[in-house]
Write a protein that binds this ligand. Structure first.
Ligand SMILES: C[S@@+](CC[C@H](N)C(=O)[O-])C[C@H]1O[C@@H](n2cnc3c(N)ncnc32)[C@H](O)[C@@H]1O
Length: 266
């Protein structure tokens, strides 16, 4: 199986696309040295540590995956960061933070309105939230191509029919803005970016395993039980697809659509 607890030991090394996208998010949120900052869906905490280095204020990281939070605590809790094992929907803060940072986690929320209301409560007046997340139904055409191979492959197609995607992917920045406006935020900036990078087939596979696999290979999102054999076949089909996509050049041209959004609690 693959869920965030299972992949937590490799996450910090393999999450290269999440990390490069976070650089734009850091510029957008513009953390000041006295800001109290909440990192939502902090994973193994390596980006929370970057937040820590930017401010002398309070820094809190939250994540519902026990494995991710344990890794974060092991490595970074003694740097003056509080880590909590809870989801965005469960947040209970009132007027406590100047900034909320949310990188590559928003698509995983189960109830976006509830989570955004909790974020609104957690922020002080004039506090800001910035999110970055994969966007559009075709969020990564390379992954979609690999999944289409899974959908038709003899060894995976019967079980894959029982998969229901857990993610929220909206097609326009206006749709993302509307979600934030509904929960009381004023959206200051919002755009969908197309990022193109080149990777070996093996690297593309690691990128897939660092996020998407936690959905596609997670028992929670299948209505039939999935076997180890299915998981292995699935991984084989995805690897083959990336090999094919790399072709003679040996490089996969990896395309990711990402929403970047900055909103304020007025
Ligand atoms: C791809 S990782 C991103 C981790 C880190 N922010 C980064 O950019 O490297 C996605 C994280 O979202 C977390 N997540 C899933 N559902 C969530 C929810 N409802 N609220 C907050 N975080 C959630 C997962 O447990 C996982 O650690």
């Amino acid at each position: 199986m693959a869920n965030f607890t299972e992949i937590s030991s490799k996450y910090e090394n393999d999450s290269i696309v999440q990390k490069s996208a976070s650089e734009i998010l850091f510029d957008l949120l513009d953390i000041q040295t006295s800001d109290d900052v909440l990192d939502i869906g902090c994973g193994t905490g390596h980006l929370t540590k970057i937040i820590r280095d930017k401010t002398n204020g309070k820094v809190v990281g939250i994540d519902p995956s026990k494995g991710m939070i344990e890794k974060a605590k092991e490595k970074y809790a003694n740097h003056g960061i509080v880590f909590r094992n809870c989801s965005a929907e469960e947040l209970d803060y009132q007027n406590e933070f100047n900034k909320i940072f949310c990188n590559s986690s928003f698509q995983w929320f189960k109830d976006h309105r509830k989570a955004l209301k909790a974020c609104h409560n957690a922020l002080k007046q004039n506090g800001k939230i910035a999110i970055q997340a994969p966007a559009k139904e075709i969020y990564c055409p390379n992954f979609i191509e690999a999944i289409n191979a899974v959908r038709i492959n003899e060894s995976t197609r019967t079980v894959f029919e029982f998969f229901t995607p857990p993610w929220l992917f909206l097609n326009t920045s206006d749709e993302y803005s509307a979600l934030f406006q509904e929960t009381g935020f004023k959206v200051e900036r919002s755009w969908i970016d197309e990022a193109v990078t080149y990777h070996s087939s093996e690297e593309a596979y690691k990128i897939f395993e660092s996020g998407a696999a936690a959905g596609y290979l997670n028992q929670d999102y299948y209505s039939v039980s999935i076997s180890q054999e299915y998981i292995e076949e699935f991984r084989k089909v995805v690897r083959n697809s990336f090999d094919e996509q790399a072709g003679e050049t040996g490089k996969v041209k990896l395309v990711f659509y990402r929403i970047y959004l900055l909103a304020i609690k007025e």
